[in-house]
Design a protein. Structure first.
Length: 257
C-alpha cells in the first residue's frame, strides 16, 4: 500500500493551482498541456492501476511531455495528489440537488450514497484522505451541497458541521472493505466465495462449543448473504445512524416551536 497522504505539498502553491491563480510564464512557447490534462491523466492511472502506479514520469508520458516538463506545471507529486482529490470530488452530488428540509432523512441518505459511490469509483482516495481537506472548488461545492441536505432544520452551524462530519466518517469506514475488494481479489487470486470455499472444510472440523453465539450468528449470516454483504451492511448502519439523528433533530424542532 502506498504511504502517500494528502496535505504534504506546499499549501500556497497548491491553492494557486486549485483556484487557477498560478502565475503564467512570462515568455516562451505556449504549453502543450494544461494542469487539468495532467490531473486527468493521473486520475485515470490511479483508477485503473492503483495509487502506486501514479508517478510524475508516468503522468508526463501519458500526456506526451517529458518528465522534467511536468514540474513546469505542478511543483511535485504531493500537489498532484491533492489536485487529483479535488478533481474527483466534483462527482459527489454533481447534479447539485435542491433538498427539502422536511425530507432530511432522504437527503442524508442521498449524500451518504453518493459518497459511497465516489469511494468505490476511486478507492485510492481512501488511502490519501486525511483530516486536512483539499481546499479546492470541487471539494467546496460538494461540501456545500452536503450541508444543504440539513439546512432549515433549526440546527446551529456547529451542529450541521458535526452531522455532516459524522455521516462522512460513517461512509468512509463502512465502504473501506468494499472499496478494497478488487485489490484483495487481485492480491490473493481468489474471490471471497473461493476463499471461504477453501477454508470451509477445515472450519467444519472445529469444536464451536466454546463459541456458541458466534457459531449461531455466523451460520445465520452465512446462510442469509453468503461471504459478505457490503451493501446490506452499509444500508443497515446508515439507517441506525439516521434513527439516532431523528431523535436529536426532533428535540431541535420542539425547541424551535
Amino acid at each position: 500500500m502506498s504511504g502517500e497522504i494528502s496535505g504534504k505539498g506546499d499549501p500556497l502553491k497548491l491553492l494557486q493551482l486549485l483556484w487557477d491563480r498560478a502565475a503564467a510564464p512570462r515568455r516562451g512557447p505556449k504549453a502543450k498541456v494544461s494542469v487539468s490534462d495532467l490531473v486527468s491523466a493521473a486520475v485515470v492511472i490511479a483508477d485503473s492501476e492503483g495509487l502506486e502506479a501514479v508517478t510524475t514520469r508516468r503522468v508526463a508520458e501519458a500526456v506526451g511531455i517529458s518528465a522534467m516538463s511536468f514540474y513546469t506545471h505542478i511543483p511535485s507529486k504531493a500537489e498532484l495528489l491533492d489536485l487529483m482529490m479535488d478533481a474527483v470530488s466534483g462527482e459527489v452530488l454533481q447534479d447539485q440537488p435542491v433538498f427539502k428540509p422536511a425530507e432530511w432523512r432522504a437527503n442524508l441518505t442521498r449524500v451518504a450514497t453518493d459518497y459511497r459511490k465516489f469511494y468505490l469509483a476511486h478507492p485510492w482516495v481512501l488511502q490519501l484522505a486525511t483530516h486536512r481537506s483539499v481546499l479546492g472548488p470541487n471539494t467546496f461545492r460538494s461540501a456545500d451541497s452536503a450541508l444543504s441536505a440539513i439546512e432549515g432544520l433549526g440546527l446551529t452551524d456547529l451542529e450541521m458541521d458535526r452531522i455532516i462530519t459524522m455521516v462522512g466518517d460513517y461512509v468512509h469506514g463502512a465502504v473501506r472493505n468494499a472499496a478494497r475488494e478488487k485489490m484483495v481479489k487481485a492480491e490473493t487470486g481468489m474471490t471471497d466465495e473461493q476463499w471461504w470455499h477453501r477454508v470451509a472444510p477445515f472450519l467444519e472440523t472445529l469444536d464451536y462449543t466454546p463459541y456458541p453465539i458466534l457459531a449461531r450468528v455466523g451460520q445465520t449470516a452465512g446462510e442469509t448473504y453468503g461471504a459478505h454483504d457490503p451493501e446490506g451492511a452499509f444500508a443497515f448502519g446508515l439507517e441506525r445512524m439516521l434513527d439516532g439523528l431523528a431523535a436529536f433533530i426532533k428535540t431541535k424542532t420542539k425547541t424551535k416551536r
